[in-house]
Design a protein around this ligand. Structure first.
Ligand code: IFM
Length: 440
């Protein structure tokens, strides 16, 4: 059980659960086009057991039962994403079946009294656009805006909120520098271009949706607290650099129209010509900002090439991902983002949760570690609200076990257990804990 109740939060505070299209829908259904994750997964060595999202949780056919589970737990909102490759299989041409699916999904949410919180882009770039350079190509700004127009032209009138991009750092750095996500590049120049273009595409999509009358537009930034490995100045610098390229870069671009000095010094030669001229678009006003938070990293310096640092193992309890449980970081980010970047703008925790090696025993999944994780992070949320942070909602990641990208189906983040053989759903103890807390 949680030590918190709905009544401990401000009136109207939204509780929701989050998922994303490729991770749950079943990409082989409904005429979706090839996505860069299909290509990445088909390349040996990229994904555990070379698993892909072809079937995933088959949410495409089971969405009504999944929304029933969300509603039965007492959640107010559903954060879902719209697959670009489903709506536009070649990235440019509309697939009516794709639009119809999100139309049905929207109506099913509204019928249950759930607030639809859409995210335009949660990573399934159509392969045809990856062929053209994907996030390295400046044209992606217009392509994303065209996709936004197509999907929001159909469902935008019924959305509670719309986010442009999920996790700018993952789209750019994790996928083009570290190479752990599609398209799996390890290229500093591609990285700098993707870092800038993802912000430009965000701002361009915001402007297009504003022109269409879409309401309550925001963006979702993932953040990882950076802790120096020791008391040395070099370790402090290692953590500050990590903090700059992971956390500050995207919010600084979107809310201040500037990039951190350390990043310009390191990557400036690789940024596209004229990048400074794009800030009027990148800073298109937003109605809210979302923060996805899971853990911290402990950074130590090294003599290698930029960024001259590496993460070292920390002492705290770890999740199935090997990530330390550090709720203080969520509190500190909420306070920092409000005070340094967003002021009175409504903030949301748009993802927070943990992977756990859950097992189904006699119809029960007793995921006590996840209950403890949610409980400690909900306390961090309450502490931030008490300090005056204008936090308006909290979305748990995730409604159900799903495709954890390069880690396949092995890492379980869900409040609902999914048997990936039978696709049977079983609410876990954490789902019941939310249900009890949200009713109180
Ligand atoms: O599963 C992912 C999700 O797609 C984006 N945020 C982090 C989650 C857990 O790794």
């Amino acid at each position: 059980m949680f030590t918190h109740s709905r009544s401990d939060f401000p009136q109207g505070f939204l509780f929701g659960a989050a998922t994303s299209a490729y991770q749950i829908e079943g990409h082989r259904f409904g005429g979706a086009g090839r996505a860069m994750w299909d290509d990445f997964a088909a390349t040996p060595g990229n994904v555990v057991r070379a698993e892909d999202g072809a079937v995933a949780c088959d949410h495409y056919h089971r969405y009504e039962a999944d929304l029933d589970l969300l509603k039965a737990a007492g959640f107010d909102a559903y954060r879902f994403s719209t697959s670009w490759a489903r709506v536009m299989p070649d990235g440019r041409t509309v697939n009516p079946e794709g639009l119809d699916f999100y139309d049905r999904l929207t109506d099913a949410m509204l019928e249950r009294g759930l607030k639809p919180c859409a995210t335009l882009y949660h990573w399934e770039l159509p392969s045809a656009l990856a062929d053209k350079g994907g996030w390295r190509n400046r044209d992606i700004a217009g392509w994303l805006a065209d996709f936004a127009e197509a999907i929001m032209g159909r469902i935008g009138d019924r959305m509670y909120s719309v986010a442009t991009i999920n996790e700018f750092w993952c789209v750019a750095f994790l996928s083009h520098f570290i190479g752990a996500h599609a398209p799996g590049l390890r290229d500093i120049r591609a990285t700098a271009r993707a870092m800038h273009h993802v912000l430009l595409a965000h701002g361009t999509a915001v402007e297009r949706m504003r022109g269409m009358g879409v309401q309550n537009i925001g963006a979702v930034f993932n953040m990882e607290w950076a802790t120096p490995a020791d008391d040395s100045a070099a370790a402090a610098e290692a953590a500050a650099l990590y903090d700059d390229y992971y956390n500050h870069f995207y919010v600084s671009g979107a809310f201040k129209g500037q990039y951190p000095d350390r990043i310009v010094a390191a990557l400036g030669d690789h940024l596209p010509d004229g990048w400074q001229d794009d800030f009027p678009t990148i800073t298109a006003p937003l109605d809210w900002a979302g923060i996805n938070y899971y853990t911290r990293s402990i950074m130590a310096p090294n003599d290698g090439p930029w960024p001259h640092h590496h993460a070292v193992e920390g002492p705290l309890e770890k999740t199935q991902m090997g990530w330390e449980v550090y709720p203080q970081g969520l509190h500190d980010f909420l306070v920092r983002i409000a005070s340094e970047y967003t002021g009175d703008l409504p903030l949301y925790v748009t993802e927070n949760g943990m992977a756990n090696a859950d097992t189904l025993v006699n119809g029960v999944v007793q995921d006590d570690a996840r209950i403890a994780y949610f409980n400690s992070h909900l306390q961090a949320v309450r502490d931030a609200i008490a300090k005056g942070v204008p936090l308006k909602g909290y979305m748990a990641w995730s409604l159900m076990d799903n495709y954890e990208w390069a880690l396949g189906y092995e890492k379980r983040f869900g409040m609902v257990h999914v048997d990936f053989e039978t696709l049977e759903r079983t609410p876990k103890a954490s789902w019941h804990a939310f249900k009890a807390a949200l009713a109180r």
